[in-house]
Each structure stands twice: as C-alpha cells, then as structure tokens.
Design a protein around this ligand. Structure first.
Ligand code: ATP
Ligand code: MG
Length: 252
C-alpha cells in the first residue's frame, strides 16, 4: 500500500532564504508522526507547503501514490489534508456551530432559498464538543469570541474530525494551553489513529510528542536529519541531541 503522503525533494525559497533544502518525508495511513526541530528548522514551512498556504519552489507531493498540486487550502482540503494552527481560521463573531460548518453549511430545503439548517448544525456541534473533551456545557450557539484559546483549538479539531480529513496537521497546538486543555489535545491525537486518521504533530515539548506519536521526524536547517525515531526505544535526551545537532548518530 502506498504511503498516505509522500513529499520528495521539497525546496522552498523565500527570496534569498532557503527554508526547505530538499526535504523527503512520508506519512503512512493511520500513522501519528511527530515533527521536531529547533526554531527556524523549517517545520511550519513544511506543513504550510502541504496545507496550501505557501507554494513550493520545487519538489513533488504524492497522495496515496498519485502526484498532486497543492496551491491553496481548498486544494489541500480536497486531498483530505486539514491543518490546525494555534490561531485557526475561526470567525470570532460566529457561533461554534457556524464555525464548524464554515464553507460547508447544510441547508433546509433547496439551497437557493438560503435557509440554513441551524438545528442540524447545533446538534452535530454539541456532539462534537463532547467528543473533543469540552466537558463544560458550552452551548453550540456561543460565539467563538467568548471561548478560551484551548476551547477554540478544540473547535478547530472538532471540524477536522467531523469532515473526516485523512491527514490532520497540528502546528504547536498545545502552546499557551492549560493542563486540562493540553491533555484534551493529546487525547484527541491518540484517538485520531483509532478513528482512521493520520496526524503530523509539531511541538516543542518533546514529552508531549513522546506520549502520542508512532514515529518522530527531526528537522534541522531546512533538512530532515532523522526520520525513524521510535519513542519506544529512544529517550527524550537522545532526541534532544539530534535536534541540536550534538549527536550526529541517530538513535532508532
Ligand atoms: N514568509 C517568510 N519570509 C522569509 N523567510 C521566512 C518566512 N517564513 C519563514 N521564513 C524563514 O524560514 C525558516 C524556517 O522557518 P519556519 O517557520 O518554517 O521554522 P519552524 O521550524 O516552524 O520554527 P519555530 O519552531 O520557531 O516555529 C526560518 O529561517 C524563517 O526565518
Ligand atoms: Mg513553526
């Protein structure tokens, strides 16, 4: 079976800055991958390329063995790739339910009459909020602006779950989150595999990554320097040495 995602020799230049210098990376079906690296290593650039936020300078991207062109977020979503940033694209004035269905609103009766199916959206939203671990009873009609950072994160995660993306990318989703909210995000990532999703999880907290991933990929200065570190048979300290380049020997 081909990998869900394969990236080959990806180069990304920002003017004179080469953010990605020939990256090869793959993610299997139902695989949870942790992407680690110091500040400026190229992690966010790599996932921006995959999620259609920035164009690549050269290289190839394959989804289940088929070469694809990803030029926009819409292209990425069309290929089953959903990305969750710390500041996810949520509309603060709209309700939780409306944000979940943003751009994919269900209608009551013919769409040209423009009657949104609010009941359906609210019911699905309530159910999803429970699933992503928002235990407080927040009505789905609450505007996003009234939620905490972690709760907003949970809404973005709920959206990726509901629309059944094949690959869910989380770029530092646990930044600025409280303990309970962080556990909620980690639980979600663990659950993603069981529900058939693959994930790329970027975080600076190696302990969080160790708790949930199958495999760790390390980037340094625009290159992948290790791509098969298994949390089961390496230590946090070993991975730290790979990240900083103190240890050229890759633990596997
Ligand atoms: N829009 C841009 N224009 C110019 N250079 C950029 C741009 N975005 C990123 N870079 C540069 O590309 C390199 C990689 O940045 P990137 O954001 O991918 O790193 P990162 O691994 O996500 O780091 P962090 O852990 O700090 O988030 C850095 O040197 C950065 O300054
Ligand atoms: Mg980043």
């Amino acid at each position: 079976m081909p990998d869900l995602i394969r990236m080959e020799n990806i180069i990304k230049n920002y003017g004179p800055v080469q953010a990605l210098s020939g990256v090869d990376l793959s993610v299997g079906e139902k695989e949870i991958v942790g992407l680690l690296g110091d500040n400026g290593a190229g992690k966010s650039t790599l996932i921006k390329v995959l999620s259609g936020a920035v164009p690549i300078s050269s290289g190839k991207i394959f989804v289940r063995g088929q070469e694809v062109t990803i030029k926009s977020t819409t292209d990425a979503i069309g290929h089953g790739i959903e990305t969750i940033y710390q500041d996810s694209a949520l509309v603060t004035q709209l309700s939780i339910a409306r944000n979940l269905f943003l751009g994919r609103e269900p209608y009551k009766g013919p769409a040209f009459l423009g009657r949104l199916d609010e009941e359906m959206m609210n019911a699905v939203a309530s159910d999803l909020l429970r699933k992503v671990g928002i235990s407080k009873n927040i009505p789905p009609t609450t505007p996003i602006g009234a939620l905490s950072g972690g709760e907003r994160q949970a809404v973005a995660i709920a959206r990726a779950m509901h629309f059944d993306s094949d690959l869910i990318i989380l770029d530092e989703p646990t930044n600025n989150l409280g303990v309970a909210e962080t556990q909620g995000v980690l639980n979600f990532i663990r659950g993603a595999r069981e529900s058939g999703h693959s994930c790329i999880f970027i975080a600076h907290n190696i302990h969080h990554v160790f708790q949930v991933v199958d495999r760790i990929i390390v980037m340094r200065r625009g290159r992948v320097v290790a791509d098969d570190i298994r949390p089961g048979n390496s230590t946090v300290e070993q991975v730290e040495r790979v990240i900083t380049g103190m240890d050229e020997h890759v633990p596997v």
